[in-house]
Design a protein around this ligand. Structure first.
Ligand code: CU
Length: 155
């Protein structure tokens, strides 16, 4: 199979387009990126759900959860994070932690609160830190560009 781009012009084209992609990966604003910040999220619990059911934060954020129960005693336990809050009606609880791990983490009620307690589940989504995403994209572009560059140089 003949390489798609060969010779001096091909190499120049590959080098130029790789460089453009690389600059775009590093500097183009990503729609999902946001600088790390301190966030305070109010979470209410009632039989048998969390409100909101999904918490969205960014990796690197300092997250404060203010937890309140609207009926019985409930807990808020986040898988993968060392977070476990208990709240009785009228007595709220609060925790502050660093969202240092990206991914999706189940939130469970950690107080046996009734028949549907096992189904009292929420989720915390921690969006990945954008510098890491950019670094991965930049590395991929450099690798693909280099492979194409040297491949085009053969034969
Ligand atoms: Cu509960």
């Amino acid at each position: 199979m003949r390489p798609a781009f060969r010779g001096r012009r091909g190499k120049q084209w590959i080098a130029a387009s790789s460089l453009l992609l690389l600059l775009a990966a590093i500097f183009f604003p990503l729609p999902w990126s946001a600088p790390a910040q301190a966030r305070t999220i109010d979470v209410n619990a009632r039989e048998f759900a969390f409100e909101p059911a999904t918490l969205e934060v960014h990796q690197g954020d300092t997250v404060t959860i203010h937890f309140e129960s609207l009926d019985a005693e409930h807990g808020l336990f986040i898988d993968g994070y060392d977070v476990d809050l208990h709240a009785e009606p009228g007595k709220s609880a609060q925790v502050t932690f660093a969202a240092d791990k990206a991914g999706q983490f189940k939130i469970r009620c950690s107080v046996s609160c009734g028949v549907l307690h096992p189904f009292m589940i929420g989720e915390m989504q921690v969006d990945p830190d954008w510098p890491l995403v950019r670094a991965v994209a930049a590395t991929l572009i450099v690798t693909v560009g280099a492979v194409a560059f040297f491949w085009g140089n053969e034969s």
